[in-house]
Design a protein around this ligand. Structure first.
Ligand SMILES: CC(C)(COP(=O)(O)OP(=O)(O)OC[C@H]1O[C@@H](n2cnc3c(N)ncnc32)[C@H](O)[C@@H]1OP(=O)(O)O)[C@@H](O)C(=O)NCCC(=O)NCCS
Length: 169
């Protein structure tokens, strides 16, 4: 199975915030944002492995900036690292100014997807080749984040999370 470049999984979703998708402050409802991020990451993971993918974990989400109704929202998702059957996918969320086209970072999320066959059993995925500085930084941190997610979900003993523990030593 040939390794693939991170950029090959790039998925850009551009959409608007409509009134029915907001909270009482007229900003995009958090759950709606999470669903859109999940969708972008899912397409990205599928582009990388060309298999059925399922969300295994939402590892981290930062709501930095509220997204007002009427905003143009741009999501850029890319696979940052692939393991055996799982893939870490990073999504950056931007608000695009409709007049100037200038983008402001609003949000960021890290998801884990697993490639599965038609019976739902995990299958192998190609490795990732990071190229840019940011891709390399995210690739390097992905094993620690995977270990943290496995420890938090009770799938790994903290003592076995070697790379994660090294952060604190
Ligand atoms: C995710 C799922 C396929 C894992 O299946 P499993 O039988 O537990 O398989 P495994 O233990 O072999 O885990 C498969 C991979 O997922 C990874 N994984 C599982 N849970 C994880 C978590 N919480 N965080 C990070 N990685 C996780 C494992 O480390 C393994 O990675 P690797 O193969 O790259 O080393 C299964 O739990 C599932 O189908 N969950 C429901 C998914 C779903 O319905 N999502 C929402 C709708 S899409």
């Amino acid at each position: 199975m040939n390794a693939k470049y991170s950029k090959e999984s790039l998925t850009v979703l551009t959409d608007m915030v409509l009134p029915g998708e907001t909270n009482p402050l007229n900003n995009l409802f958090g759950g709606e944002l999470l669903a859109r991020m999940d969708r972008a990451c899912s397409i990205s993971a599928r582009r990388h492995c060309r298999r059925i993918v399922v969300t295994a974990s939402v590892n981290h989400v930062v709501f930095r900036k509220a997204v007002p109704v009427g905003s143009v929202v741009v999501m850029e998702a890319k696979v940052s690292r692939a393991f055996r059957s799982s893939m870490e996918v990073y999504v950056d969320v931007w608000i695009e100014d409709r007049e100037t086209g200038e983008r402001t970072k609003a949000n960021e999320g890290i998801y884990t997807f697993v490639a599965v066959d038609r019976t739902g059993s995990p299958v192998k995925v190609p490795e990732i080749i990071p190229e840019t500085d940011l891709e390399k930084e995210r690739f390097d941190g992905a094993l620690r984040r995977k270990q943290l997610s496995l420890v938090l979900s009770g799938r790994m003993e903290a003592d076995n999370a070697t790379e994660l523990k090294a952060l604190f030593n």
